[in-house]
Design a binder for this molecule. Structure first.
Ligand code: SAM
Length: 329
């Protein structure tokens, strides 16, 4: 299709393009052409071109410009998408709609290799879910969070990018030289940034694959020297770690109370415990506080320093965090 274009020498191209843009004369639907030392800049109409350039208007047949498009533009509605590295995650029960969203994501300007749909809730001791791969072929990715890189496979380990800000709040409290025990460490989103701040971190997880990724991620992020990664049930943590921790992370919200005896065992003389819990909105912090006091017994004075609602988990249920200081009596 014939389109009016302003033809200029190449070295004047950018100056003229800027003038045409300022005049509102640029035609964004067609590509600029470069032929030998001449440049052809598509314009909407010759009348819109500044007077001193009008003699340079010629007719050309440039390619149509491919415009980046969002999934919403393609679909006509805005689907809810979550990004994790180069994976796009959707949560759609209707199979036909899930496929339609995946096709739109792949055809859009969203940079991604794979679209996954949630195929189960998070399940079992290892807190992993099943996935349907709608486009692409893998469930492994490298995710970046606050300057650190985490390789992980969402079909084999737990990871939630939604908790990035929450993790950041905790990581920022860490001082160089601290001894930290991350009791349910996953692929290391607490342990690795804490080690990067100068803490020595013992990172434990029951999931062998999570610990393999954590070791790789420690290397990727240059903190191997400050991380001890341990596969197994944290309740069986070696006696070497008894009475050592300045800080403990307990991110297993459905059953952290079952592990409080271990937390009290590894706590040093003055230790902050970050305790995650899921409770009814009517008393979100009471059960955790009582469980911690009971586990601490006479051995420690217990001071609750923070009570925080992290997010809404289900109707009338919150995912909460208690920061509790244990001081040996
Ligand atoms: N902290 C990580 C994060 O934020 O991504 C992982 C949290 S995930 C909710 C809980 C983790 O606890 C899972 O990786 C699971 O394998 C691990 N886990 C469950 N029971 C455990 C146990 N008895 N000892 C050690 N780890 C356990």
């Amino acid at each position: 299709m014939s389109v009016p274009c302003v033809a200029v020498d190449r070295e004047r191209g950018e100056t003229v393009r800027t003038r045409l843009a300022d005049a509102g004369a640029l035609d964004g639907d067609h590509e600029i052409e470069v032929v030998d030392e001449r440049i052809f800049i598509p314009v909407t109409t010759p009348d819109a071109v500044p007077a001193d350039l009008r003699d340079s208007v010629v007719e050309r047949d440039p390619d149509e410009r491919e415009r980046p498009r969002t999934p919403a533009e393609i679909l006509g509605y805005d689907p809810s998408l979550e990004r994790l590295g180069d994976l796009v995650i959707i949560d759609e029960e209707n199979d036909e709609r899930a496929r339609e969203i995946a096709d739109a994501v792949m055809a859009s300007d969203v940079p991604c290799d794979t679209v996954l749909n949630r195929a189960s809730p998070i399940e079992g001791e290892l807190r992993v879910r099943r996935w349907e791969v709608l486009a692409g072929n893998g469930t492994e990715t490298v995710h970046r969070e606050y300057g650190h890189e985490f390789r992980l496979d969402v079909a084999e380990v737990y990871f939630s990018p939604r908790l990035a800000t929450e993790r950041r709040r905790i990581v920022e409290q860490v001082e160089p030289g601290e001894s930290v025990v991350d009791m349910f460490a996953g692929v290391g989103p607490y342990a690795i940034p804490m080690a990067a701040r100068g803490a020595s971190v013992v990172a434990c997880d029951l999931n062998e694959r999570a610990i393999e990724y954590l070791r790789e991620n420690a290397e990727r992020n240059g903190v191997v020297d400050r991380i001890t990664a341990i596969t197994g049930d944290v309740r069986e943590l070696d006696a070497t770690y008894t009475d050592t921790a300045d800080r403990i992370v307990m991110n297993l919200p459905h059953s952290a109370d079952e592990f409080l005896d271990t937390a009290v065992r590894v706590a040093g003389d003055d230790c902050v415990v970050h305790y995650y819990d899921i409770q009814h909105e009517s008393d979100p912090f009471g059960p955790g506080t009582r469980a911690i006091r009971e586990a601490a017994g006479e051995a420690y004075e217990v001071a609750v320093e923070t009570e925080r609602v992290v997010r809404s988990y289900a109707p009338h249920e919150y995912n909460v965090r208690l920061d509790v200081r244990l001081t040996r009596q």
